[in-house]
Design a protein around this ligand. Structure first.
Ligand code: DGL
Length: 274
């Protein structure tokens, strides 16, 4: 690890707008860094896909990030972390981190009762990655898991407020709180866009863990000295429609200024339009 800050960007990935919650955390903590955010919105949602398909999609992004000379990659998507973290770490010459393990560590520390709830996509739920990572750290822990894809769809369409959102969040959290979970992991990076609703609905009945924040806090231990002088930057790419991506991103993160650039998926690699 060099003693000087490395000016190369940090790559961040999600199936859509969810990873912006991780990027926002990182930018708040390390505003002098450069970020390259890539969203596979053309294949959204990942949560209803098989892990092998998600892995295949993510590996194209791994190549994309490496050709853009990143110094590290954050898989800012729980589903893609579940599907591709190990493979990506084996293939990548730069560090690759996912959001699951950092969130698990914080949840274990936060829980008093040892009953931990997890909200996630269907694919993350089926993969069982959170329960096995939690059990590996503390075999005594009790786990309640509940998939809530409806919240992902709502966020991706810019819907993060109002009675309907509140109702759905209440339904999802009730499934955990009724089993006495005292700690709730927001195990999908889309969910922290609704964190204010989770806070309201759960009304201090459980600690909320945002694995994106846990992950962002770890970055200095992976990257070494961070860039603190000069302005950082963010470049945003999407395989979806850049206009739609910008419209939704600005609802979710109003001061976001960067206009997404187009990425084209051609089955073996990602290209920018010529
Ligand atoms: N944001 C993603 C996650 O953390 C997935 C959402 C989706 O594409 O279903 O799992």
């Amino acid at each position: 690890m060099s003693a000087h800050p490395d000016p190369r960007p940090i790559g961040m990935f999600d199936s859509g707008e969810g990873g912006l919650t991780v990027l926002k955390r990182a930018r708040d903590l390390y505003p002098g860094e450069h970020y390259l955010y890539a969203a596979d919105s053309g294949h959204f949602p990942y949560g209803s896909r098989s892990l092998s398909q998600v892995r295949e999609f993510f590996l194209s992004f791994l190549d994309f990030f490496l050709t853009h000379n990143v110094k590290a990659i954050v898989i800012a998507c729980n589903t893609a972390t579940a599907a591709a973290l190990e493979t990506a770490q084996q293939k990548s010459p730069v560090p690759v981190i996912g959001v699951i393990q950092p969130g698990v560590v914080d949840a274990i520390h936060a829980s008093q009762s040892g009953i931990i709830g997890i909200l996630s996509t269907e694919a993350t739920y089926q993969a069982g990655v959170y329960p096995s990572a939690l059990k590996a750290l503390n075999p005594q822990v009790k786990i309640v898991a509940y998939p809530c894809p409806i919240l992902v769809t709502m966020v991706e369409s810019g819907q993060t407020d109002g009675p309907l959102v509140e109702d759905r969040v209440r339904q999802c959290t009730h499934a955990l709180l009724s089993h006495n979970a005292d700690t709730v992991i927001l195990g999908c990076t889309h969910f922290p866009h609704m964190e204010h609703i989770f806070t309201k609905v759960m009304n201090d009945q459980a600690v909320i863990i945002d694995p994106g924040l846990s992950t962002a806090r770890l970055l200095p231990s992976i990257l070494g000295p961070l860039n603190t002088t000069g302005e950082g930057s963010m470049t945003f790419y999407t395989t979806g429609d850049p206009k739609v991506a910008l419209h939704i991103a600005r609802i979710l993160w109003p001061d976001l200024v960067e206009e997404p650039r187009q990425l084209i998926w051609d089955r073996t690699s990602l290209k920018t339009p010529t």
